[in-house]
Design a protein around this ligand. Structure first.
Ligand SMILES: C/C(=C\CNc1ncnc2c1ncn2[C@@H]1O[C@H](COP(=O)(O)O)[C@@H](O)[C@H]1O)CO
Length: 241
């Protein structure tokens, strides 16, 4: 008689090898590691790692912005101040873990004594999370990483940026617009940078009936890092009491 996990096998039903033996013997074709069912398992493991790492993080805010801002530039310093003020107010700061404004926001959070998180993404070129990330994870799949930003933040702060930042901004407001997520603040920092986009949203998207009357109000604009924290805080108090 052989027990194999929950199974009981007797007589000719008993295989010549054990389950462990079959697992440990390295043989057979390997092309299955490039198949979709295998990828599904890897995707699952990214969710498990992400949830495991982030589920005990306290109230957090995601900060997005250009990967290209130079250290010490005005925009880098703005991101650093935003990260610092959020951390001082008790919020964990989550960024994409990359260079530029992501690094600056992580730096601000770390130096203010807060928790600094970076959710990195595997890219075609070598890159690790920036040096100011205290808790970091690097994802293979963009959509898994995006779930983490949304699931674990109370607000999105969007600094000036390019396609990556725009993608994050529009994903957030689409989720709020379609009721796929409980409403949370989406704050655009930099009235000169974002003003043109906001005007286009109002004058073209709304006027042409592509969005609802109130949809432009899904985002708020400011230049002031203190105002960012005030907006986050106010939404937090309204939501959690
Ligand atoms: C382009 C360079 C590095 C890219 N490295 C990135 N690492 C992590 N996250 C990134 C990176 N690039 C984009 N992101 C995400 O998009 C936003 C910034 O993109 P943008 O196009 O620069 O606006 C950012 O919030 C990230 O989440 C070379 O230095």
């Amino acid at each position: 008689m052989r027990r194999a996990g929950p199974l009981t096998l007797r007589g000719s039903a008993i295989p010549e090898t054990t389950t462990d033996q079959r697992l440990l013997d390295r043989r057979g074709p390997t092309d299955w590691v490039h198949t979709d069912p295998w990828r599904v398992l890897r995707i699952q493991s990214e969710f498990v790692e992400g949830f495991g790492l982030l589920s005990e993080v306290g109230h957090a805010v995601s900060v997005f912005g250009s990967a290209r801002a130079a250290r010490g530039s005005e925009r880098y310093l703005l991101a650093e101040e935003v990260g610092g003020r959020l951390a001082t107010d008790g919020y964990t700061v989550i960024t994409g873990g990359g260079p530029g404004m992501m690094e600056a926001a992580n730096k601000g959070a770390r130096e203010a004594g807060g928790t600094s998180i970076g959710l990195g993404i595997e890219l075609p070129f070598e890159q690790s999370v920036n040096d100011y990330v205290d808790i970091g994870v690097t994802f293979r799949y963009f959509f898994v990483r995006k779930t983490m930003f949304v699931k674990y933040s109370q607000a999105f702060v969007v600094l000036p940026g390019g396609f990556g930042t725009l993608d994050e901004l529009f994903e957030a407001i689409t989720l709020v617009q379609t009721g796929k997520v409980t409403r949370f603040p989406v704050i655009l920092v930099g009235t000169e940078f974002w003003g043109g986009l906001h005007d286009w949203i109002v004058k073209t998207l709304r006027t042409e009936g592509m969005i609802s009357e109130g949809d432009p109000d899904l985002v708020q604009l400011t230049d002031d890092p203190a105002e960012v924290v005030r907006i986050v805080h106010e939404a937090h108090v309204n939501h959690f009491g």
